[in-house]
Write a protein that binds this ligand. Structure first.
Ligand SMILES: Nc1ncnc2c1ncn2[C@@H]1O[C@H](COP(=O)(O)OP(=O)(O)OP(=O)(O)O)[C@@H](O)[C@H]1O
Ligand SMILES: CC(C)(CO)[C@@H](O)C(=O)NCCC(=O)O
Ligand SMILES: [K+]
Length: 263
């Protein structure tokens, strides 16, 4: 039997997330920084496994010989990056029209739509997805597979970056510096920033989850994105009963895409 492989790229605001599907199986995944225009051009002109290996360090011990050109499935929330891929010879661009959810609004991010679809098919509807990426988003869907709305705020890294970059005296902190939560009322600048950002973020997350459970009691809540494990760890220390019910799944968008296009 012939195997078919495809590469899935999700272009987020800070990073690019890739997956290799072999037939319907999610074979491997990774995160890299955005690719330069010249690398993308090279891939578009010569879409071989070797070029993909160099561009995104795909595993080079594949159990199959991939098709040529290697099919590329792309979902992007960065239009300038999307534009660079238009000349790729075997490109399938995923848009909201591909996502079988009802009642989405036209400017909804494709990452949010795919993540909530992926969460629903993997963990069951209704579902609330918390994507802790560059932006932190809440995205809900009900048991009729209808989009229920959500919210957008600056993610953990962006909150630290905005304080570090837009003030004269505050240092630039990165997420993940502390393992246990600081005191609420801190006695130095670094702890004060961490306390302010983390505690307000955690109570915001708690508030949205509780509001969701008032609408959909017993619903799954799934967290994904670059800061998901860190935030779940903090949430355990602050509200263990909520954290215990929270699923972390970093493959939601890939599962959503796989379900839609790889059949
Ligand atoms: N190796 C890493 N490089 C960069 N960011 C990382 C890394 N590991 C964890 N992170 C965290 O990931 C967050 C960004 O998340 P993610 O990579 O999911 O965002 P993204 O690429 O913008 O995707 P999205 O647009 O879906 O949010 C940052 O706040 C950062 O703290
Ligand atoms: C909110 C982000 C930046 C999260 O990646 C992305 O989903 C996006 O650009 N969305 C468009 C606006 C919206 O979802 O309402
Ligand atoms: K923007």
């Amino acid at each position: 039997m012939n195997n078919h492989s495809s590469i899935v790229l999700i272009i987020g605001n800070s990073r690019l997330h890739w997956a290799l599907f072999i037939d319907k199986t999610l074979y491997s995944t990774g995160d890299i920084f955005h690719l330069s225009a010249s690398i993308i051009q090279q891939l578009a002109q010569c879409p071989t496994l070797d070029n993909w290996l160099t561009a995104i360090s795909l595993p080079n011990n594949l159990p199959i010989i991939p098709d040529y050109p290697i099919p590329l499935i792309l979902a992007s929330v960065v239009p300038s990056q999307t534009a660079l891929w238009q000349s790729y010879p075997h490109l399938r661009l995923i848009t909201l029209e591909d996502v079988p959810l009802e009642r989405m609004y036209p400017t909804l991010g494709i990452d949010r739509a795919l993540a909530v679809w992926g969460a629903g098919i993997t963990w069951g509807f209704p579902t609330l997805v918390i994507d802790a990426g560059t932006a932190l988003t809440f995205t809900g869907a009900d048991n009729h597979q209808c989009f229920v709305g959500g919210a957008i705020l600056p993610g953990l890294g962006l909150q630290f970056a905005s304080l570090g970059q837009e003030t004269g005296q505050l240092p630039l902190l990165k997420p993940g510096l502390m393992i246990s939560l600081p005191l609420h009322f801190a006695m130095n600048t670094s702890d004060a920033i961490q306390s302010g950002v983390i505690y307000t973020l955690l109570s915001g997350i708690k508030d949205f989850i509780e509001a969701w459970w008032r609408l959909f009691p017993g619903s799954q809540v799934v967290m994904t994105g670059g800061d998901s494990n860190l935030l779940k760890t903090y949430l355990y220390q602050q509200v263990p009963d909520i954290a215990e019910r929270l699923i972390v799944d970093n493959y939601l968008i890939f599962q959503g895409i796989g379900n839609i296009v790889i059949r």
